[in-house]
Design a protein around this ligand. Structure first.
Ligand code: NAD
Ligand code: ZN
Length: 253
């Protein structure tokens, strides 16, 4: 069912949240566009201008690792200062109210953490771009250190002291999905009574399988996205509106 208008949709969502014991939000790039980070499909955005570097190419060639870090630092100049938006803040309010025990996100921008949700309650399916890890020993590296090494060597991606390659802690095309995050997301989807998909086109698999999994296990499915998604037909309610406008009334000081 598509909510007839914004106010009716918000009222219905308020009832569903009040009745739910366990809400699991599932967020995509759309929740961060009002923070100035373009989503995947916006024309001319950083994500579409460059062909993403597949994982095997990152591993195979130093030039690809250099290029990947060059892009990352260019991105930092554009989005490094992004702050949580109304959607993030509203979900953080529901979290503080005890409604949300776990949040699943496809985003890599760290804005749910920045909004005040504890890291251990955030399930990142595609990792996080605000820090880096060694692909071999999993040692964590902070971006300012990588940037310093990168600049000092004239644009060469640094390696770990163990010799492994250092990469942002994100999941690239062709890289395995993180097993633990996938398991936790599955458990959250199967045990919630309200699954709230926000700002995702729901076409990227396997991530888009979670809303269906929740539905099959008895949860209500609500989709908030201004464009139609791949799963609208399965939803109990679809709010085709701006995410910030829909979620702003749920912000509690
Ligand atoms: P997507 O780009 O496929 O879909 C985003 C959806 O959000 C679109 O359907 C769009 O209509 C909608 N949308 C955008 N702004 C909105 C707003 N203000 N109100 C309502 N709807 C809005 O994004 P996806 O499904 O998350 O898949 C993209 C992939 O790329 C993800 O897997 C993610 O890892 C990565 N990505 C991450 C970020 C980020 O971390 N912020 C940004 C871009 C891409
Ligand atoms: Zn290492």
């Amino acid at each position: 069912m598509i909510a007839p208008d914004l106010d009716c949709g918000i009222a219905a969502l308020r009832n569903l949240i009040a009745d739910a014991r366990k809400v699991v939000p599932f967020t995509g790039a759309g929740i961060s566009t009002e923070c100035g980070i373009p989503d995947f499909r916006s024309p001319g955005g950083l994500w579409t201008r460059n062909r993403p570097i597949p994982f095997d190419e990152f591993l195979a060639r130093q030039e690809m690792r250099d290029e990947s870090w060059r892009r990352r630092f260019a991105m930092e100049e554009n989005f490094g200062g992004a702050k949580p938006g109304r959607g993030h803040t509203a979900l953080a309010s529901l979290y503080r109210a005890g409604k949300i025990l776990a949040l699943i996100t496809q985003n890599i921008d760290n804005l749910h953490q920045a909004s005040g949700i504890a890291a251990q309650h955030i399930i990142e399916l595609h990792g996080n771009t605000t820090y880096a890890v060694c692909l071999d020993c999993r040692e964590r590296y902070e971006l300012p250190w990588v940037k310093e090494q990168f600049a000092a060597s004239g644009g060469r991606a640094p390696d770990c002291r163990c010799g492994g390659y250092i990469k942002t802690a994100t999941v690239s095309f062709g890289q395995a999905m993180p097993a633990e995050a996938m398991q936790r997301a599955e458990a959250a989807a199967k045990t919630c009574d309200l699954f709230l998909a926000v700002g995702s086109s729901l076409v990227v698999w396997p991530a888009a399988g979670f809303p269906l999994m929740a539905k099959q296990h008895g949860a209500s499915l609500v989709i908030v996205n201004r464009e139609p998604t791949g799963l609208d037909a399965y939803a109990d309610m679809v709010l085709r509106h701006d995410i910030g406008d829909v979620l702003e009334p749920f912000i509690e000081a």
